[in-house]
Design a protein around this ligand. Structure first.
Ligand SMILES: [Zn+2]
Length: 151
């Protein structure tokens, strides 16, 4: 299941990528273009725009709340999304597929303490950002637990 988030939903797009879902996001694109992209790339359009969500050309979901927690709950429940408790496959920043890299490959690219504290690292081949299951990961795991409890 692939998504396309409208410009109001940048934060939700990031979260969906972290949770492992391919989610496209552009911060300035017309409604017409959004629909074209969704149609062409077979993505479900998620939008805060009620009018746009009535579009019949592509599948749309109107996101009711402004709160990120409620948005996540709505979408997970609505599509019954299967959330894995591993790092998402997609770069939260650019939606590129992350590649697991050998630890030695990134030795010079991360702080020493990070290098010595973690075992698994992922790299985005588009923006070159390195990811690991750092302190931030605890919050993500908490969120995943919460969301799974909702299902
Ligand atoms: Zn990236």
């Amino acid at each position: 299941m692939k998504f396309l988030a409208d410009s109001m939903l940048g934060k939700l797009a990031k979260w969906l990528r972290i949770l492992g879902f391919d989610t496209a996001y552009y911060n300035s694109v017309s409604d017409k273009n959004l629909i074209e992209i969704a149609e062409e790339e077979e993505r479900i359009l998620i939008t805060r725009d009620k009018q746009l969500s009535r579009c019949w050309v592509v599948s749309c979901l109107y996101i009711k709340s402004e709160s990120i927690d409620e948005q996540l709950h709505q979408i997970v429940k609505y599509f019954n999304l299967d959330i894995k408790e591993t790092l998402g496959k997609f770069c939260p920043l650019c939606n590129e597929v992350l590649k697991e890299v050998e630890k030695k490959e990134i030795k010079l690219l991360v702080p020493e303490l990070v290098y010595s504290s973690y075992k698994n690292f992922w790299k985005c081949l588009k923006c070159n950002k390195i990811y690991w299951e750092g302190t931030h990961w605890e919050n993500i795991k908490k969120k995943v637990k919460e969301l799974k409890g909702e299902n």
